[in-house]
Design a protein around this ligand. Structure first.
Ligand SMILES: Nc1nc(=O)c2c([nH]1)NC[C@@H]1CN(c3ccc(C(=O)N[C@@H](CCC(=O)O)C(=O)O)cc3)C=[N+]21
Length: 293
């Protein structure tokens, strides 16, 4: 078993991003600029957004956090998005999910200018991704691709079983792994809550991407010896034993699965850290006009 170390891979890529950001500043006189909108005060969202902002500073980006109370109306939020869309000094705009129930996430996602949609959630970016055209790839799947690249894992011809079909991870991941690209060129099986023979399918996987949001969902009896395990889960449990007051668990029973695997991502310290790198890479590409000019 070898660790796919998100700390190591993310730090290495962030150094490269910092060099490019400095170069961009020297040439253009400004820093790449990311704006995050956070509604309410969900514990997880607070942590992730704070980390995104902190990492922007680290690589030499400008970052702004716009906070709204949970009572903000959908109209107010959409108005703010319109305003940011018009601002030529902003390269990326993300609205942290989940949103309160009275706000339609589909409306919010579609209102963000696809040229600033560094989360890669807008239908234009998803459509372009399906056609293998330049686009913003959703940050978590992008981070996973960067992780596979960092460890030079050859995915061509492998059977990849994705567990979970969410808009932000499972669905785009299945498309990316099947694309004629590197990483990619996998035979992909997308499984979800209605899949009847999940264990049987998982046992045939050379690569498992677990993104179902259930602690210890992938157990050792579901894993073929030598499989590559990508754990996207971030299940929080309150705990008095930790400084932060919570402990993170993936979707994989790491202790028992790790010895059977060839490569495995830990939680924390795996995919989550790469997600932030995916976001930074998209923001830099946006600033440089590499995707849309
Ligand atoms: N519009 C939007 N874009 C997102 O990209 C987005 C989102 N909404 N909503 C929630 C998910 C989740 N997500 C993570 C980001 C960083 C870590 C991360 O840094 N994790 C650390 C630990 C963090 C901790 O201690 O809680 C790790 O795994 O080592 C995890 C998860 C981004 N998401």
């Amino acid at each position: 078993m070898q660790l796919l170390d998100g700390k190591f891979a993310s730090e290495k890529i962030k150094q490269e991003i910092a060099v490019e950001a400095a170069d961009f500043l020297a040439k253009s006189g400004r820093k790449p600029h990311l704006i995050a909108i956070l509604v309410g005060n969900d514990g997880g969202s607070e942590t992730y957004v704070a980390s995104k902002m902190k990492n922007c500073e680290k690589v030499g980006f400008q970052s702004s956090l716009i906070r709204y109370d949970v009572s903000v109306t959908e109209a107010e939020l959409l108005q703010k998005i319109e305003e940011i869309n018009q601002d030529a000094g902003v390269d990326g705009l993300i609205v942290q999910l989940p949103l309160p129930k009275h706000i339609d996430p589909e409306k919010v996602t579609e209102r963000i200018d696809y040229r600033k949609d560094v989360d890669g959630f807008h239908p234009v970016n998803l459509g372009r991704m399906m056609r293998n055209l330049p686009c913003f790839i959703p940050a978590t799947p992008y981070g996973i691709l960067l992780m596979l690249q960092a460890y030079q894992i050859d995915t061509a011809g492998k059977h990849c079983v994705v567990v979970g079909r969410s808009n932000i991870v499972g669905s785009p991941m299945s498309i990316l792994m099947a694309r004629n690209a590197n990483p990619g060129n996998c035979t992909v099986t997308l499984t979800h809550s209605k899949t009847t023979n999940l264990k049987e399918l998982a046992l045939q996987a050379d690569i498992i991407v677990a993104a179902i949001g259930k602690k210890n969902f992938v157990t050792a009896d579901m894993v073929k010896p030598g499989a590559i395990i990508i754990d996207v889960g971030i299940n929080r449990e309150t705990s008095d034993q930790t400084k932060s007051g919570y402990k993170l668990f993936g979707d994989v029973d790491f202790e028992n699965v790790a010895p059977k695997s060839s490569w495995i991502t830990p939680v924390p310290g795996g995919v989550g850290l790469m997600t932030i790198v995916g976001l930074l890479k998209n923001t830099l590409a946006s600033a440089k006009g590499e995707i849309y000019s």
